[in-house]
Write a new protein. Structure first.
Length: 208
């Protein structure tokens, strides 16, 4: 069974690819906004169906344990898609230096978050997943929410880059499109690499 799952691992990297592309084009220009909204809604529908088909009963247990030994640091200014917040990690966690980790608080325990955890695991970025007690300042009480502990990736926030800040609206749109294309190409390359490794495992398994 484990070999069968590894043979399908590249499919979950594609989930990240789709997520990045949809996120990058989340603010279309008015001239084609309606058409893009309709297209994105159709893509999201197919995307969610793919996640539902890919997630297994084992994947649904991704957040069944409690993250009791993690100490959070400062809140990050950007937390990404499908999240409530993201924080730095203090000290060490599971043998990893906290300076190289981020904990992302997810909104709910659902097919979408199970798929995200599986995708992160497939590309080697997932350190741990589980449930954490969390509260936003405006909430009346704390809640148990799913969370993923992931490896910190280097980079800068687009809105904080001087060249982007000085650009006019048309230039900013060009920046976003160019970066979206680069992101999608990068993740597609990771997906191809994961698929290649999975196919090798399938071949090794079939020869036994």
């Amino acid at each position: 069974m484990s070999n069968l799952l590894s043979c399908r691992a590249f499919r979950f990297v594609i989930l990240i690819l789709l997520g990045l592309c949809l996120m990058a084009y989340a603010s279309p220009t008015p001239s084609f906004g309606l058409r893009s909204h309709t297209n994105r809604r159709s893509i999201r529908g197919r995307w969610m169906r793919m996640i539902m088909e890919a997630v297994t009963k084992e994947d649904e247990q991704a957040f069944s344990s409690y993250l009791s030994d993690i100490v959070t640091g400062e809140r990050l200014p950007k937390s990404g898609t499908n999240s409530i917040a993201a924080y730095e990690v203090k000290g060490t966690y599971k043998g990893h230096d906290g300076n190289n980790l981020v904990i992302k608080i997810l909104p709910d325990n659902s097919t979408y978050t199970w798929g995200e955890a599986k995708a992160l695991r497939a590309i080697g970025d997932l350190v741990d997943s589980g449930t954490i007690m969390y509260a936003e300042p405006h909430w009346l009480s704390s809640r148990y929410l799913p969370a993923v502990v992931i490896k910190k990736m280097p980079g800068k926030i687009l809105e904080h880059i001087p060249a982007y800040m000085r650009a006019d609206p048309k230039q900013k749109e060009s920046f976003r499109r160019e970066i979206a294309q680069q992101m999608c190409q990068k993740v597609a390359a990771v997906a191809d690499n994961t698929r290649g490794k999975s196919q090798e495992k399938c071949l090794d398994h079939s020869e036994r």
